[in-house]
Design a binder for this molecule. Structure first.
Ligand code: MN
Length: 363
């Protein structure tokens, strides 16, 4: 198995796609592994925390360059592997194989985009069709596997990590542990809030009396402008951390121009790992290298040179997206869909892909 996985990795690192039957087998194997995991996994430092990737495959490779390769470096990914970027399939399949090959070196949390509903609107579904053909089941295999991803991680028994944030339905870690997570992300409730919520820093926080400060509605849970999850203030964070004997929260989910953003004097930090988001936002990205409780470093980086090429030479012929027809012998299902090397930079592809998307950078 590990030899087969190494062969998969070799090809994936070159940006090649694996055959449909192999993706199916990999997803099945990983579901078998993840079904035994708790909703909340416990890990130890040293670990490097990674935020949203959103299909920016070349930037993921850049992360392994600057942060060290798996298994030399331990990684915790905070979710949102797919949608938006042009290489969601390559990105998520590489992470799947790395998780199978080095299960204790890499941990993957679920983001709000690891969802059947969201991926049908923001690019991943269309990308699967374009790369594997209309009759392909690859999108089904991958979104079925998303249902098994864990929701939260606790580092060194005191750092809480989640894709989005807190929930009015969650006061304790034990309440997260009893969620039935093996399902599509619901529209509301604790599971939805964990992947959708955002911290919100009140601009009246300084100068107010303590009593007034805690009466501020912005300190508590408020309806989120995203239409799912909540915004939450310092008061909510302090209470959650105190109740659960935690010191701080790392989360992703929001674009940060500098690659990361610190809230509430460091009680909450956003890590964002998609530089020049959507190939046009111009933002930096970061990974958070955690060596111990108070020993960490934000490794800030800019987009991979390949992305600049995407922008400069959008009509370039794509040679690295051909499916490896003859590589694995189990290619019987491929013969139907094998020749799907449609130019993903063509106007036709872009129009088709964009037609179902709304422009909302923060989703
Ligand atoms: Mn998100």
């Amino acid at each position: 198995m590990s030899m087969e996985l190494d062969k998969c990795l070799e090809n994936l690192y070159q940006g090649k796609l694996l055959p449909e039957a192999v993706v199916r087998a990999l997803c099945f194997k990983l579901k078998e592994m993840l079904i035994r995991e708790s909703n909340v996994v416990h890990i130890q430092t040293p670990v490097t925390v990674v935020g949203d990737i959103h299909g920016q495959f070349h930037d993921l490779l850049e992360i392994f360059q600057i942060g060290g390769p798996v298994p030399d470096t331990n990684y915790l990914f905070l979710g949102d592997y797919v949608d938006r970027g042009l290489y969601s399939v390559e990105t998520i399949v590489l992470l799947v194989v790395l998780k199978l090959r080095y299960p204790h070196r890499i941990h993957l949390l679920r983001g709000n985009h690891e969802s059947r509903q969201i991926t049908q609107s923001y690019g991943f579904y269309t990308e699967c069709l374009n790369k594997y053909g209309e009759n392909s089941k690859v999108w089904h295999y991958l979104t079925d596997f998303f249902d098994y991803l864990v929701l939260c991680c606790i580092i060194d028994d005191e750092i809480f990590c989640v894709h989005g944030g807190l929930s009015p339905n969650v006061q304790t870690i034990d309440q997260i542990k009893i969620i039935d997570r093996f399902r599509e992300i619901p529209h509301d409730g604790a599971m939805a809030d964990l992947v959708w919520s955002d911290p919100e820093e009140s601009n009246t926080e300084n100068g107010n009396h303590r009593e007034e400060f805690y009466r501020e509605s912005s300190q508590h849970f408020q309806v989120s402008p995203r239409g799912a999850g909540y915004t939450f203030g310092r008061c909510v964070v302090e209470k959650f951390l105190h109740t659960n004997s935690m010191s701080r929260i790392y989360r992703a989910h929001q674009l940060c121009n500098e690659g990361f953003q610190v809230y509430f004097n460091g009680l909450v930090t956003t890590v964002w790992s998609a530089p020049n988001y959507c190939y046009r936002c111009g933002n930096k990205a970061s990974i958070l290298e955690l060596y111990g409780k108070d020993d960490f470093y934000f490794n800030v980086f800019e987009e991979a040179p390949e992305n600049k090429l995407l922008n400069e030479n959008a009509q370039a012929n794509v040679t690295n997206n051909k499916i490896l027809n003859d590589y694995f012998d189990s290619g019987d299902e491929l013969s139907e869909n094998g020749s799907t090397d449609m130019d993903i930079f063509s106007d036709a592809y872009q129009a088709k892909s964009a037609s179902s998307r709304r422009v909302e950078y923060f989703l």
